[in-house]
Design a protein. Structure first.
Length: 244
């Protein structure tokens, strides 16, 4: 069975978590697109939901399917986000951003009570880093920012090629927020929390693709069927807001 079939199976399972009246976040990428397509069928059949897309591409797909859209400014608190991933571990740590939407994806995920990830089994890894880590950066001072990324990454035990992502036109890829992306081929990220913290200290870095303790679960489909990998470190931002 092709990976696209597994992606669709995971997306179908994720629909079980969607309830009428929900405020949903819609992810970006090929797996998330499977979910959006299936959600569109449910909406056409009468499901009432309102959604915040994480990219212009997702917004265009959802709009074409008749899915009601809103923004985080008008709807700042979401019930659930369904998104894909480029890698995940058995404790539901993620690398995201292959589709170039990591900043909006992280903002939307943080605004939601729950983040559920859908993936095919090929995305499962023992240690993050096989997929190059995307780091979104402002376009000013790229060389200086790259040098600082190299320095702080080495401090977290990560060394590897860091390249500026190019688009189909061979020009620097520009995100929906007008930024560039460095793809960092570290191969293995043994201390993701440390790397995440150190990257956030670099002035030119807007965000990075490490999603740690954000996903409630990963729904993974593969040759052995469908499995739900739950995170032991899931953080419910609503609980933090209610804490004294």
């Amino acid at each position: 069975m092709a990976n696209d079939d597994y992606k669709r199976q995971a997306a179908e399972r994720a629909l079980n978590y969607v309830e009428p009246g929900m405020k949903l976040g819609l992810g970006t990428g090929s797996t998330a697109a499977q979910f959006v397509a299936l959600l569109g069928e449910k909406v056409k059949a009468g499901l009432d939901v309102v959604c915040v897309p994480t990219s212009e591409a997702t917004a265009a797909q959802a709009r074409a399917l008749g899915i009601k859209l809103t923004t985080l400014d008008d709807c700042p608190d979401l019930d659930l986000v369904i998104d894909g991933t480029d890698e995940f571990t058995n404790d539901a740590m993620l690398i995201k951003g292959g589709g170039g939407a990591l900043l909006r994806e992280k903002i939307v995920a943080a605004a939601s009570s729950r983040l559920i990830i859908i993936a095919d089994a090929s995305k499962r890894v023992e240690t993050l880093g096989k997929f190059p880590l995307p780091v979104e950066v402002v376009r000013f001072g790229l060389r200086s920012t790259k040098d600082m990324i190299i320095e702080v990454a080495a401090g977290a035990g990560c060394v590897g090629d860091i390249v500026l992502r190019l688009g189909p036109d061979k020009q620097p890829f520009v995100t929906d927020e007008g930024n560039n992306i460095f793809d960092c081929a570290f191969e293995a990220i043994d201390e993701p929390d440390s790397l995440d913290m150190m990257l956030k200290m670099v002035p030119g870095v807007v965000e990075n693709g490490l999603f740690l303790g954000m996903a409630e679960r990963v729904i993974v489909a593969g040759p052995d069927g469908i499995e739900e990998v739950e995170s032991p470190d899931y953080t419910d931002f609503d609980d933090l807001e209610e804490a004294p």
